[in-house]
Design a protein around this ligand. Structure first.
Ligand code: FAD
Length: 318
């Protein structure tokens, strides 16, 4: 039986949904599962890690680990992987996951595959699936290594009932020596208080069609009505109207919500590669030829300044 170690994605004292998704997938392929949790004051999170489907929990709980820093986090994960005898180590595709995964792979001398959407076999013949060339092709890759560090695309695995209900076996990890190469002094959280795009069940995104801040505010109100994450296109980021942390696409975030609403976005291939994993796509655009309509399940051809207020009113009426 393969042994899969899942790295818990913990932000602001909360275990993110991706952790349960990875554990559910590991259990669905018959793997023995463990999770590693790193941070400070983690005790309260352990029951959630158990119920998400981990059979053992490696916990590195130390004040020095409160702020994310790649080197000490990698040391904790290598320690847990060695103690557990992990065949595979799975990270969610977050900024921190992407920073730590290659370090862990290098330290263990095993393969590292990023942006994966499936693991099609385990054991001696590991094969992974991942999109390439802005989602134009799907690659199936045979891993030439008995062990694997994998970074999994957001929403690639479902949170199924198979994942639920692990067992509690807590193993305390020693805090690694301070990382003298770099010291993280402060993390500045996104002040907007917006829902994290990776976690949001609904994402509403704005493109250049909104023109200015007034247009952004109009669509943001729709996002707020729906309790949705608020995303954007690169054109909006390049123009300085929106921050890069909101950009969806090839050089931004990959999202796979239940519902993605694209407002005033043309649907360039680089944007599509970040959102076509969404379950239902709705597009609002005044150009009936806009490429976004090729991927949309529901398309509204019209002026967003007229359509968005009607949508908001209809939602209030539900
Ligand atoms: P536009 O293409 O200008 O589209 C605006 C749309 O709004 C049009 O379709 C128009 O019909 C519609 N519109 C205008 N007025 C209205 C109105 N009143 N009502 C309704 N609709 C209206 N882009 C990304 O998004 N994410 C990425 O990660 C990304 N990475 C890239 C990487 C590379 C290497 C390169 C070269 C490009 C990348 N891009 C990325 C940029 C991408 O090619 C497009 O330029 C960008 O996505 C366009 O953004 P947009 O749809 O907001 O703007």
């Amino acid at each position: 039986m393969a042994k899969v170690l899942v790295i818990a994605d913990i932000k602001r004292g909360e275990v993110k949904r991706s952790t349960a998704e990875l554990l559910a997938k590991a259990r669905s392929i018959g793997a023995e599962t463990a999770v590693v949790a790193i941070g400070n004051n983690l005790e309260a999170l352990i029951p959630g890690l158990v119920s998400a489907g981990s059979e053992s929990q490696y916990v590195a709980d130390d004040l020095g680990l409160e702020l994310f820093s790649a080197a000490p986090y990698a040391s904790c994960i290598v320690d847990a992987a060695n103690q557990f005898g992990a065949d595979q180590i799975w990270f969610a595709s977050t900024e921190s996951g992407k920073a730590v995964a290659p370090r862990v792979a290098a330290r263990l001398g095993v393969a590292c595959a990023t942006d994966i959407t499936d693991v099609t076999s385990t054991g001696d013949n590991i094969e992974i699936t991942r999109p390439a060339i802005a989602n134009k092709v799907i690659q199936r890759v045979k891993i030439n290594s008995e062990k694997l560090v994998a970074v999994v695309r957001a929403g690639a695995f479902e949170m199924t009932a198979e994942g639920a209900g692990g067992s509690e076996k807590v193993i305390r990890l020693a805090a690694p020596p301070a990382d003298l190469g770099a010291v993280v002094k402060e993390l500045i959280a996104d002040a907007s208080g917006d829902i994290d795009l990776g976690d949001a069940a609904i994402v509403v995104s704005v493109g250049r069609g909104v023109k200015d801040q007034k247009g952004i505010d109009l669509v943001k109100a729709l996002a707020d009505d729906l309790g949705a994450g608020f995303g954007t296109s690169r054109a909006m980021v390049d123009s300085g109207l929106m921050g890069h942390n909101k950009q969806v696409g090839q050089t931004g975030k990959i999202v796979a919500p239940k519902l993605y609403i694209a407002v005033g976005i043309s649907g360039a291939i680089q944007h599509l590669s970040g959102m076509t994993g969404s379950q239902v796509i709705v597009a609002v655009n005044n150009d009936p030829e806009a490429p976004i309509f090729n991927v949309a399940d529901y398309g509204i051809v019209g002026d967003l300044f007229e359509v968005v207020p009607i949508l908001r009113q209809q939602i209030k009426n539900i």
